[in-house]
Design a protein around this ligand. Structure first.
Ligand SMILES: Cc1cc2nc3c(=O)[nH]c(=O)nc-3n(C[C@H](O)[C@H](O)[C@H](O)COP(=O)(O)O)c2cc1C
Length: 350
């Protein structure tokens, strides 16, 4: 089935199911001579693994990254890189009760209807675990970004209905929800605790900022930089919306307010989010990603089984309360892959 690969020159293919033997990624088109070790990959992988916050599952996913190919003596060789991660904490019995029943909000029903067969354990390929391969690939893409002095950060802009009002870069690492506003974090924490008590789940908004991106990246018209970023993040499970720069807010403004005026020293504002006509304009790229609440909840809801019998379901197992904050690094990884791909594409024309 096509659809598991992404990118043009820096091309990734993720493989594996949540409860199969292993999951991972192959990357074709990575340039030679970049520094790459399992430790470099692991550093990013560790930011995705659960256990860091109340909003994450109690599953123990060590996610040890194994580089199988494409690296020699700590440098990429220009040949395909394969990275795999063993699934060590795959407790299939946790999922036997949902073998023939569809969880509302999850991909069980659509996978069954499309393929007529599915690995029901943990959602198979529609599991959040698939994102481990993306993060491994992201760590390689980030080496390309690093070689160009490009920086990328992500943080939680909104969580469980609470917005971050202040922005303090140093606060992001000081709280488990990766929020740049400690006061907002405390309110978020209350909401998350209340959702946990209710057996429910929550969503939120992640913001990613990419700094020092050169102008000129993006391939109009179908591979515009913003179009590729949107596809990259929309392909992550639970992502339901993407905004670049002012995004939906721009609809409420007049052109005179929304335009970024131009001076010999650059733009006076960044409502465009660093992209004009699908091409980077040299300003920071700003992306906001809307993340829905986790579908698997303890609260009982109506559903059907594979024979279309009306049933009730309450999903037990060990689920996240929210994809946030684990999804933050996945968004960073996917956007890094897009930027890396476009850097390599730009090198072919300039
Ligand atoms: C990092 C991450 C972790 C996730 N954890 C869970 C989980 O524990 N339980 C669950 O039901 N869904 C989880 N999801 C969400 C499902 O993967 C997603 O909702 C499902 O595939 C349906 O796809 P859709 O929400 O994009 O329509 C997670 C997603 C991500 C990105």
């Amino acid at each position: 089935m096509p659809g598991n690969s992404f990118g043009h020159i820096f091309k990734i293919t993720t493989f594996g199911e949540s409860h199969g033997k292993s999951i991972g990624v192959t990357i074709d088109g990575c340039p030679p001579m970049l520094d790459l070790t399992e430790e470099i990959v692991q550093e990013l992988m560790d930011r995705r693994k659960p256990g860091g916050s109340k909003a994450s599952t109690g599953r123990k996913e060590k996610d040890k990254a194994n580089i199988v190919s494409g690296v020699f003596e700590g440098k990429t060789t220009g040949t395909p890189i394969m990275i795999f991660i063993e699934n060590k904490d795959a407790k299939s019995r946790d999922y036997s009760e949902i073998k023939d029943i569809f969880r509302p909000g999850h991909g069980d029903i659509t996978y069954q209807k499309k393929y007529g067969i599915r690995d029901y354990r943990g959602g198979g390929r529609s599991s959040g675990r698939e994102t481990a391969g993306r993060v491994a690939a992201g760590s390689v893409a980030m080496q390309i970004l690093k070689s160009e002095n490009i920086e990328i950060i992500s943080y939680t802009k909104e969580f469980a209905g609470i917005k971050a009002v202040q922005f303090n870069l140093n606060d992001i690492s000081k709280n488990p929800f990766l929020c740049p506003d400690m006061e907002a974090f405390k309110l978020m924490d209350k909401e998350v605790v209340s959702a946990i008590k209710a057996g429910d789940s929550v969503g939120g908004v992640v913001e990613v900022i990419v700094k020092n991106v050169p102008s000129g990246l993006g391939e109009p018209v179908f591979d515009k930089l913003d179009a590729d970023i949107a596809k990259a993040v929309m392909s992550i499970g639970a992502v339901k919306g993407v905004e670049i720069g002012n995004g939906f807010e721009a609809t409420k403004l007049r052109g005179s307010q929304n335009n970024d005026e131009i001076t010999p020293d650059g733009f006076t504002s960044n409502n465009a989010g660093g992209i004009l006509a699908g091409i980077s304009n040299g300003d920071d790229i700003i992306v906001r990603i809307a993340v829905k609440p986790i579908p698997s909840i303890l609260i009982e809801q109506a559903t059907v089984d594979i024979d279309n019998n009306q049933m009730k379901i309450s999903t037990k197992g060990r689920h996240d309360i929210s994809p946030i904050p684990r999804i933050n690094v996945v968004c960073e990884a996917m956007i890094s892959i897009v930027i890396a791909d476009h850097i390599l594409r730009q090198r072919t024309i300039s």
